[in-house]
Design a protein around this ligand. Structure first.
Ligand code: 2AM
Length: 175
């Protein structure tokens, strides 16, 4: 049976993708790390790993039963995790709706046998990868926000030397 690398996540409105990419180019020198492509910028809610189509279908059905309110996400924090080599954007205070949604998806994933990291969930948007060297983070005088009205299941596709995240299905959050 075929297996695909999947995760639940939140995409960004396209204008915000473009704004972030411009800001990143101004703030970080080239040697800071490998920039994530604009269209790939996202926040992971639950990482599923390589899973069978059957398992994915079960999780898609469960995702369709989730009733959660939409929420506003404020991107007003940044950080550097040198070990995985990630420079990220996040929220100083994660909205409750985001944490609840991730908690539900991660619990469903765990019950379906998808390994979930024991580390506390820290919602973030990876801006740069391979960022293993010390780097000066920009002053925290930035603040973007957007309304999250849906979440999606993404497939991570690696082809021609590039990773691309393809949205397979999306589910609305309540108004
Ligand atoms: P990252 O951005 O912090 O690397 C697709 O690979 C998405 O799933 C990325 O956002 C990545 O998070 C996340 N991801 C990859 N492997 C993971 C793992 N083992 N546990 C949790 N999230 C993971």
């Amino acid at each position: 049976m075929s297996a695909r690398r999947l995760f639940f996540g939140i995409g960004l409105p396209e204008p915000l993708q473009q704004q972030l990419v411009r800001w990143r180019a101004e703030q970080f020198p080239e040697e800071a790390g490998r920039p994530v492509a604009a269209a790939n910028l996202h926040i992971t809610l639950a990482f599923l790993g390589e899973i069978s189509d059957e398992k994915a279908q079960g999780l898609q059905q469960l995702a369709g039963r989730i009733r959660q309110p939409s929420f506003t996400l404020h991107l007003d924090d940044a950080g550097h995790w040198p070990r995985p080599g990630v420079i990220w954007l996040g929220c100083r205070q994660a909205p409750r709706g985001l944490l609840q949604l991730a908690e539900m998806l991660r619990a469903q994933a765990a019950r379906s046998g998808c390994y979930q990291s024991p580390q506390p969930f820290h919602p973030h948007l990876t801006l740069l990868r391979n960022a293993t060297r010390p780097v000066a983070l920009p002053p925290r005088n930035f603040h973007w926000q957007f309304t999250v009205g849906h979440f999606s299941l993404y497939q991570s596709v690696f082809a021609q030397g590039r990773t691309r995240y393809r949205a397979l299905q999306s589910w609305p959050l309540q108004e």
